[in-house]
Design a protein around this ligand. Structure first.
Ligand SMILES: [Zn+2]
Length: 181
């Protein structure tokens, strides 16, 4: 966890992100900047996990948000392209989080299959096949490593967009920047 940078004052925000929509996101969420500000257009795209334990403190209209398991945008690229091309955003905040369900999916294979049978009304064999087919695509391995690799992948794909990997700690509901060096 020593790659995480605590943001408790504006100067903690990496210089390259200061006075950008990434910096503003950190100011709103971590530094209690007033969210009464008005936006006519989205300032950035936020990619974050679908997990229910996270809530961002940001103004209305401030951001496009794509929520997926593990903040994995590999299967949401058309929406990313849309936010950039039509939505006009030039920044992406990629937010992984602690205790993410997309880490070590294999450990929850039994739970997944049983739950889908009991609550989804699936046949057990079909539920197992479904898990085996998709778990490898959605497994993220490690929250921090994944969000950094995802940021690097997206930078190659959208070289003019600024992309910041971050972590949301569900233990304290704060955002942390990730030191990539
Ligand atoms: Zn998650």
């Amino acid at each position: 966890m020593d790659r995480l940078c605590t943001i408790t004052q504006k100067s903690d925000i990496f210089f390259k992100y200061q006075n950008t929509p990434i910096g503003l996101l950190l100011e709103y969420h971590n530094l209690n900047r007033s969210i009464e500000e008005n936006y006519d257009n989205a300032q950035l795209l936020i990619g974050m996990c679908m997990d229910n334990r996270k809530h961002l403190h940001i103004p209305d209209n401030f951001a496009y948000i794509i929520r997926t398991g593990g903040a994995n945008l590999r299967y949401s690229e058309f929406k990313v392209s849309y936010a950039i091309s039509v939505g006009g955003v030039k920044h992406i905040g990629l937010i992984g989080h602690t205790n993410c369900g997309m880490v070590s999916l294999a450990d929850r294979k039994h739970l997944f299959i049983q739950g889908l049978v009991e609550r989804g009304g699936w046949e057990e064999s079909r539920a197992e096949e479904h898990f085996m087919q998709f778990a490898p695509m959605f497994e993220i391995g490690n929250e921090i490593d994944f969000v950094v690799s995802e940021a690097q992948r997206l930078r190659l794909k959208y070289p003019k967009v600024v992309i910041a990997p971050m972590l949301y700690k569900v233990e304290d509901n704060r955002l942390y920047l990730i030191n990539e060096e």
